[in-house]
Design a protein around this ligand. Structure first.
Ligand code: BG6
Length: 241
């Protein structure tokens, strides 16, 4: 019993905040990075609402552009070789990445216990498993969390850049992972904690979209297109669809 419609043969999981608790580390690193910029421009602090609306679930540089634009700030693009102190989109992204890698290193990476139980149940039920994340750090996080053994296909921030995919909330990364696993979107379920990710699942025509509410925003997840909202993936083990 995995709490999914019978037509679903494949599960596509977001990583940070769905399988691992690293979402809070990303949010903390973004907050520190942006607060320093905002203070210099006389702007109010970066809030959880800012994170949910502009940054969560999106590729790194999209998050930099979208959030700063929401405060009327539009730094130059710069390039991937910009140093972390450069006031460019790339420099700011690198600054945040240095910070999040340090936080991940200090805190370590653990899967949510309920997510681990759910992954085991999904595998036992014979469904395919993919991971779809905007993070370019996914390989290291999956390895540190000990989750590699479950993952049959992965589309991450590196794939998004090298293949020129549009990031969430566009459905491209989920569609690419479904294609890698050889299934149509209607046969796949999407599991997401970010509003942008839920929107991507809905936009891609996926068969079932599960919103995972880690931030106290069940209504917003439903409004973004979640078919069902749970607090923890293990809640689905109790559900009769
Ligand atoms: O900076 P990274 O590791 O490539 O991650 C990009 C984004 O990945 C998403 O999974 C997170 O929700 C975002 O907070 C993060 O900004």
């Amino acid at each position: 019993m995995i709490g999914l419609p019978a037509a679903i043969t494949t599960c596509l999981f977001d990583l940070d905040g769905v399988l691992t608790s690293t979402a809070s580390l990303h949010r903390a690193a973004w907050r520190r990075t942006f607060d320093e910029i905002l203070a210099r421009h006389g702007e109010g602090e970066f809030t959880d609402e800012d994170y949910a609306a502009h940054v969560d679930g999106r590729p790194r540089l999209d998050g930099v552009r979208a959030f700063l634009a929401s405060r009327g700030l539009n730094p130059p693009e710069g390039g991937p070789d910009d140093p972390p102190d450069a006031e460019t989109v790339h420099g700011i992204g690198t600054r945040k990445n240095d910070l999040v890698l340090r936080l991940i290193d200090e805190a370590g990476v653990d899967p949510f216990p309920g997510s681990l139980r759910y992954l085991r149940a999904v595998r036992e039920a014979g469904l395919a498993i993919g991971v779809v994340t905007s993070s370019a750090n996914a390989a290291g996080v999956l390895d540190a969390a000990g989750l590699d053994e479950f993952v049959q296909a992965r589309v991450d921030g590196v794939t998004i850049t090298t293949e020129g995919l549009r990031g969430k909330p566009a459905p491209d990364s989920f569609v690419a992972c479904a294609r890698l696993l050889g299934v149509a979107p209607e046969a796949a379920a999407v599991f997401e904690d970010a509003l942008a990710g839920v929107e991507a699942g809905r936009a891609g025509g996926f068969g079932h979209v599960v919103g995972v509410d880690r931030a106290g925003q069940p209504d917003a997840l439903r409004d973004a297109g979640a078919d069902v909202v749970v607090q923890d993936l293990a809640d689905l083990l109790e559900v009769t669809p």
